[in-house]
Design a protein around this ligand. Structure first.
Ligand SMILES: [Zn+2]
Length: 359
C-alpha cells in the first residue's frame, strides 16, 4: 500500500490527467446517449406512410377549369409563338409612311419619336409647309433626328457634315450607315443618315405682312358675311393669281356689274385649287345666299378669292394654303345650274375683275 502511495506521489500529474480525461469521456458519452434518446422520442421525426396499400388515395378537389360562359369571366390569351421584339428598339434605317386622313406633321413626328423638322428635312413637301401634306402622301421617315442625304460624287464626310451642320464622327459612327471604320468610303448614291443634320427650311415669315388679318373678311359687295377671324395668324402675300380650275374658259356668266365674278368651266368633282397662296378665311357648307359650299381665301395685301358652288371642300378656316393647293371639288351647290366654278377676286372689300389679274 505504501508502494502504491509512493507511486502515486511519483506520478501525481500523470494520474490526475488520466483521471480528468476519463471523467470527460464518460460525460461526453453520457450526453450523446441522452441526445439520441431524446431525438428518437420526438414524434415529428418519425416517418409514417401516408397511405397503406389497402387505403384509397386521399381525394382532393381540383380548381374548376374556366369556361367561356359569362358566369366565369376569363381573360383570353393568344398562344405566343414568337418572341416579342421591343418596339423601342432603335431603328437604323429609314422607312416609308403613307399619311392618313387627319394626320398632322406633329402627330406623325411624335409617333416616330422624331422632331417634326426631321421629317420636313428628308421630304419634298411643297414649300416645306406641313399644311401641304395630303392623305396618301408617302413620307420618308428617318431613323433618328437629322437628315437623310444621298451621297454624290466628290462628297467627303467633312464637306457633307459642314453642309448639314453635323459632325463627321456622328455620320461615321451611326450604325445604320454601315461604314467600315477602317476604310470609311461611301459609295455614290448611298442614302446616308446625317445624325443631327439640318437644312434651311423655306420660311415664309419674310413674306408675311405685319398686320393681322383679323376682321378682314367681310367685304361688302357680297352679302354673305366673311368669317376671317384667325387670331394671331397672318397669311403669305400673293398678288398674282392662277386659274383655280383645270379648264381656262368661261362657261357661264362673265364679270359684269350684276355678276361680280367669273363662271369658270369645270366638271363635277374636278379639283379646285387656290388661285394664290393665303389663309382660308371661310370654308362653309350650305346654300350661303346662293354660293353653295364656298371657300374664301385671304391672299394678303387686301385680296380675297372666293370659290363657290363646290361639291365639297377639303380645307378649314385658318388653314394656310399654297398657290395651286387643292381646296375642294367642283359642283353645282347653291344657286347654280350645272357644275362650274363661280370665282371672285375682291380687293379691300370690293370685287375686282379677274380678267385684270391674268385670268
Ligand atoms: Zn357665277
Amino acid at each position: 500500500m505504501n508502494k502504491l502511495i509512493e507511486l502515486f506521489k511519483a506520478n501525481r500529474f500523470t494520474t490526475i490527467s488520466w483521471g480528468v480525461t476519463a471523467l470527460l469521456v464518460v460525460a461526453l458519452l453520457g450526453s450523446a446517449v441522452w441526445w439520441t434518446q431524446a431525438g428518437s422520442a420526438s414524434p415529428a421525426t418519425r416517418l409514417e406512410p401516408t397511405a397503406r396499400p389497402d387505403q384509397n388515395l386521399p381525394s382532393v378537389s381540383m380548381p374548376a377549369v374556366a369556361t367561356s360562359s359569362a358566369s366565369s369571366p376569363t381573360i383570353p390569351r393568344q398562344l405566343q409563338l414568337k418572341t416579342i421584339i421591343p418596339t423601342d428598339e432603335p431603328r437604323l434605317h429609314p422607312i416609308s409612311y403613307t399619311t392618313q386622313g387627319g394626320d398632322g406633321l406633329q402627330g406623325i413626328a411624335q409617333d416616330f419619336n422624331l422632331k417634326p423638322n426631321s421629317i420636313l428635312y428628308s421630304n419634298k413637301i411643297p414649300y416645306d409647309d406641313p399644311m401641304n401634306l395630303k392623305p396618301g402622301d408617302v413620307l420618308t421617315i428617318p431613323p433618328i433626328d437629322g437628315i437623310l442625304y444621298k451621297w454624290q460624287d466628290g462628297d467627303t464626310l467633312q464637306k457633307i457634315a459642314d453642309k448639314f451642320k453635323a459632325k463627321p464622327d456622328d455620320i461615321l459612327n451611326f450604325p445604320g450607315n454601315d461604314i467600315d471604320l477602317t476604310n470609311p468610303q461611301i459609295k455614290t448614291g448611298t442614302v446616308v443618315m446625317i445624325p443631327g443634320g439640318k437644312r434651311e427650311l423655306i420660311d415664309y415669315t419674310p413674306n408675311l405682312p405685319t398686320n393681322s388679318r383679323v376682321n378682314n373678311g367681310s367685304t361688302g359687295t357680297s352679302d354673305f358675311a366673311g368669317n376671317s377671324s384667325c387670331p394671331g395668324v397672318v397669311g403669305p402675300v400673293d398678288n398674282s393669281f392662277g386659274f383655280p380650275t383645270l379648264q381656262h374658259w368661261i362657261s357661264g356668266n362673265d364679270y359684269t356689274p350684276t355678276h361680280l365674278g367669273i363662271d369658270l368651266a369645270a366638271n363635277a368633282n374636278d379639283p379646285i385649287s387656290a388661285a394664290a397662296a393665303g389663309i382660308v378665311t371661310m370654308a362653309q357648307g350650305g346654300y350661303n345666299y346662293g354660293y353653295g359650299n364656298v371657300v374664301e381665301i385671304d391672299n394678303g395685301n387686301g385680296y380675297l378669292t372666293v370659290y363657290a358652288h363646290l361639291n365639297s371642300y377639303t380645307v378649314s378656316p385658318c388653314e394656310i394654303v399654297q398657290r395651286g393647293a387643292i381646296i375642294g371639288y367642283a359642283g353645282a351647290t347653291g344657286n347654280a345650274t350645272g357644275a362650274h366654278l363661280h370665282f371672285e377676286i375682291r380687293r379691300n372689300g370690293a370685287n375686282v375683275n379677274p380678267h385684270d389679274y391674268g385670268l
